[in-house]
Design a protein around this ligand. Structure first.
Ligand SMILES: [Zn+2]
Length: 305
């Protein structure tokens, strides 16, 4: 089986960028889309470091307007212009993002030469923000110090696979092949109807990725995560700093693991680590006491599913 989803971690640390730790940004490859999720300071440098073609990014999802999640956006938007971009760029983020970016462009008299389209979010309920034939993206309302959304990226169910041997055996008219892939029965050359199940295989189950950063412990998100294969959940702190976590609207590794367990996700990826910790290994240990399948985000790491 090939790779269906690829997640590049460009940065997975909280607060200010440092030499070896970068603020939040991820690139998700799903069904030929390259979605950029959050855009902390220096994201364009990280994109270059990992050889990711800027022109393939058409949709950017911003969770909230804290600097460590979007200060890289004006720079990236400007660089797109310098590179002569012509393709549309869609930015999804909290209300205010358009004002913030356009003010910077206005003051610098540096309007983009490509269409820059903002989709401002205000809803406290989950809503669909992007949809095409293969993928649907909806918000996951989170609970942070300011208005924040996570995002659930879901593949749509694929077509059924034609069982070509069976189709030949039953003498199915080739004109029906396409309909069979869409779930219809087949008709033989002499006019008999053959059930779809006998002529096709089930499609691969659709894959789903949930991105949740930043948030305090927020079980209200669980119903939305029920179908997620992969959950990225912030774990800014360990339980030993639970008081700081509560105070700042963040989660501990244990909080993230409880959400993963109760939602029954496949894999939990922890990230958004506070730079106060020298090692991220204790995050994994703390989470694994509750939920076994835990991975640690790491700047530059690529996850494949
Ligand atoms: Zn934040």
């Amino acid at each position: 089986m090939g790779t269906n989803l690829r997640l590049h971690i460009l940065g997975c640390h909280a607060a200010a960028p440092r030499t070896m730790t970068h603020p939040t940004a991820q690139l998700l490859e799903l069904r030929n889309h390259w979605f950029l999720i959050d855009c902390g300071e220096g994201t364009q440098v990280e994109l270059r470091r990992y050889g990711i073609h800027f022109s393939r990014i058409k949709h950017i999802f911003i969770s909230h307007l804290h600097g460590d999640h979007f200060f890289g956006l004006p720079g990236l938007i400007s660089t797109f212009r310098l590179l002569g971009r012509e393709k549309e760029l869609h930015v999804y983020g909290p209300k205010g993002i358009k004002e913030a970016i356009t003010l910077l462009l206005k003051l610098g008299q540096s309007w983009t030469n490509y269409p820059l389209i903002f989709h401002e979010l205000t809803s406290r309920r989950s809503e669909v923000v992007f949809e095409d034939e293969v993928v649907i993206v909806r918000t996951i309302p989170l609970n942070h110090r300011i208005y924040t959304n996570g995002f659930l990226f879901s593949e749509k169910p694929g077509q059924r696979k034609l069982n070509i041997e069976a189709a030949r055996k039953y003498n199915i008219d080739m004109a029906y092949y396409r309909k069979i892939k869409n779930g219809s029965d087949g008709i033989t050359e002499d006019g008999r109807r053959i059930k779809n199940e006998l002529l096709s295989f089930d499609p691969r189950p659709p894959i789903r990725y949930a991105y949740c950063s930043d948030t305090s412990f927020h079980p209200e998100m669980i119903p939305l995560l029920k179908t997620a294969d992969i959950l990225y959940h912030e774990a800014t702190f360990l339980e030993s700093e639970a008081h700081l976590s509560t105070k700042t609207g963040h989660s501990t590794a244990r909080d993230a693991a409880i959400i993963a367990k109760d939602a029954g996700v496949g894999t939990l990826i922890l990230g958004h680590f506070s730079t106060r910790y020298a090692s991220t290994q204790p995050f994994k240990e703390e989470a694994q006491r509750i939920f076994p399948n835990v991975a640690l985000a790491e700047d530059g790491k690529v996850f494949e599913f």
